[in-house]
Design a protein around this ligand. Structure first.
Ligand code: RIB
Length: 319
């Protein structure tokens, strides 16, 4: 029984220290870059902002440091309409991500957890989930906390949406798999899917669906970058392919946070009572728009921009 339509994103906030360059450096190589920018990021903060821009009621639970980046993150997320009452300020530094973006918009990212590591299981209390319809999780905070949140929210009738990203290291793999047992909807990219299943899901999507079900989740979206996504859900009967969109002839400027835009959009559609296929279709439009601008949160569209893009895509396809 769902208890409300609030979305809670529980997890990470990072300051994204970003430089664009022609091409990403090889190990040991130095390459010149363009201007340096500090942008608001972190997977959970991004997911929260993406959903809020689309009109959803969203609360973020997380931690930032007592530094200037912490205040920047709180201000940015609150300005997007996200409730930050449950974002704590803790001693030390805010999480940071060192991001390089090449001329094709592809990125490489190194994260330093900072305050995100202060998210401990003891913080998770059932009262946090009152009035909540969807809990949105990722793996950028300690996995024991993700598990405690999923278990507590599930017990309260909240739909648990897990973005299995970044892929956990070996030490956390068993705990991360335990989260799948209390997950209602799983979002993974092709690499994360391969890590979980141990084989390429694209070889046979029905077999991959069985594999995910054995891991404990029936409803899964596997994102494939320019290949769109595949929705696996027993309610659909068979795997459904959702095409990717291109909304700009200029191509991608920056793919940073496109997966988070996808996840936040899926959360917003599910919180609104929509189904997973409809959620993946809308998320394809939102993530296509997000790659046309620099940064993660700074690139996310509002509902009006999405409506205009949907209309344009319909015209182009002659619908
Ligand atoms: O998914 C993109 C995000 O990953 C960035 O905003 C960065 O902070 C890292 O968490």
């Amino acid at each position: 029984m769902r208890s409300g339509n609030l979305i809670i994103a529980l997890g990470s906030l990072n300051a994204d220290l970003t430089v664009h360059c022609e091409r990403l450096p090889e190990p040991g190589e130095t390459v010149p870059g363009h201007d340096f920018a500090v942008l608001p990021g972190g997977k959970s903060a991004n997911q929260a902002v993406a959903a809020a821009r689309l009109g959803a009621a969203v609360s973020l639970i997380g931690a930032v440091g007592e530094d200037a980046y912490g205040q920047m993150m709180l201000d940015a997320v609150a300005a997007a309409g996200v409730d930050v009452t449950h974002v704590r300020r803790v001693p030390g530094g805010t999480g940071v991500a060192l991001i390089s973006v090449d001329a094709r918009g592809e990125n490489s990212i190194i994260i330093s957890a900072g305050a995100n590591a202060a998210m401990v299981p003891g913080m998770i209390r059932p009262e946090l989930f009152e009035g909540t319809g969807v809990l949105c999780l990722c793996l950028e905070i300690p996995v024991g906390t993700v598990l405690a949140a999923a278990q507590t929210a599930r017990a309260a009738g909240v739909l648990v949406l897990l973005n299995f990203s970044p892929s956990p290291g070996n030490a956390d793999a068993a705990a991360a798999q335990a989260v799948l047992g209390v997950t209602d909807v799983l979002l993974v990219n092709e690499h994360e899917a391969m890590d979980l299943l141990g084989y390429d899901p694209a070889k046979d999507w029905s077999e991959a669906h069985l594999g995910f079900r054995r891991l404990g989740v029936d409803r899964v979206v596997v994102t494939l970058g320019p290949g769109g996504s595949v929705v696996l859900d027993s309610g659909l009967g068979a795997p459904e392919r959702v095409p990717a969109h291109s909304v700009s002839s200029a191509g991608a400027v920056d793919t940073t946070g496109a997966g988070d835009a996808f996840t936040g959009t899926v959360a917003s559609v599910l919180a609104d009572g929509g189904d997973l296929l409809a959620a993946a279709q809308r998320a394809a439009v939102v993530s296509a728009l997000s790659v046309t601008k620099p940064g993660a949160q700074s690139s996310y569209p509002d509902a009006q921009e999405v409506a205009a893009a949907v209309e344009k895509l319909a015209e182009e396809s002659g619908a």
